[in-house]
Design a protein around this ligand. Structure first.
Ligand code: AMP
Length: 227
């Protein structure tokens, strides 16, 4: 069957504060369901590293833990969504974060005859988020995520996934910036939970437990909504 005649691809949104596990869970969903993770944080970090105009504008805001202006983020996402790999279904990780972004996403999807399949709120306690974020790091080679306490590589210093031995920590994963990021989440992003609830596409998942338990709960939701 050609892709054109198949049911519309899933558009999943992961909502949750920094440290809720959006990136980790999005990567696991990519592997289990063949969707593509679209992280505006990753796209912005790439733009900063490449020194693009958008990256230059975003850099200081990101370092301070604020939200990058909507027009910059929406443009970056629109470009990424034009790539053919997104037709298999997407998991939005870190987007939308504001009401304007949510509406821009609706417009973008409706141009493609698509709509949001589910917005999944990863429900966590704020207090635990500082520890989660401050301890996390990724493999410099493949991007696999680790944590000093909650997820260490099976062999110390060697990535489980690609065997790489270089790891990196994000510049904004420090206690001070995490506080600003949590405040931005509550002021701008948490209201989107009610927005998607009113549209009948909201699912809530308890995200305080072990990574595998959260992944199992998420997979149940994804199977239910993609039927
Ligand atoms: P993240 O990797 O999702 O934690 O994002 C890291 C930083 O990138 C955030 O603290 C923001 O400064 C910026 N950022 C990522 N996504 C967005 C977005 N959708 N809207 C505004 N800023 C964003």
């Amino acid at each position: 069957m050609g892709t054109d005649t198949m049911t519309r691809p899933a558009v999943l949104i992961l909502l949750g504060p920094p440290g809720a596990g959006k990136g980790t869970q999005a990567r696991m969903l990519e592997e289990s369901f063949g969707f593509v993770q679209l992280s505006t944080g990753d796209l912005l970090r790439a733009a900063v590293a490449e020194g693009t105009e958008a990256g230059a504008k975003a850099r200081a805001v990101m370092e301070a833990g604020g939200l990058v202006p909507d027009d910059i983020v929406i443009d970056i996402l629109r470009d990424r969504m034009a790539a053919p790999d997104t037709r298999r279904g997407i998991i939005l990780d870190g987007f939308p974060r504001t009401d304007a972004q949510a509406r821009a996403l609706d417009d973008l999807l409706s141009e493609q005859g698509a709509q949001v399949t589910a917005a999944i709120s990863l429900e966590v306690d704020d207090a635990a988020m500082i520890d989660r974020v401050a301890g996390r790091y990724t493999c410099a080679g493949c991007g696999e995520g680790y944590h000093d306490t909650f997820k260490t590589p099976a062999v110390a210093g060697v990535c489980d996934r690609c065997g790489g031995t270089e790891f990196k920590r994000r510049a904004d994963d420090n206690a001070e910036t995490v506080g600003a990021r949590l405040r931005a989440y509550h002021a701008e992003t948490a209201p989107l939970i009610a927005y998607y609830d009113s549209r009948g596409v909201l699912a809530r998942v308890d995200a305080m437990g072990a990574i595998a338990e959260i992944a199992a709960a998420l997979a149940t939701v994804v199977r239910r909504v993609s039927d």
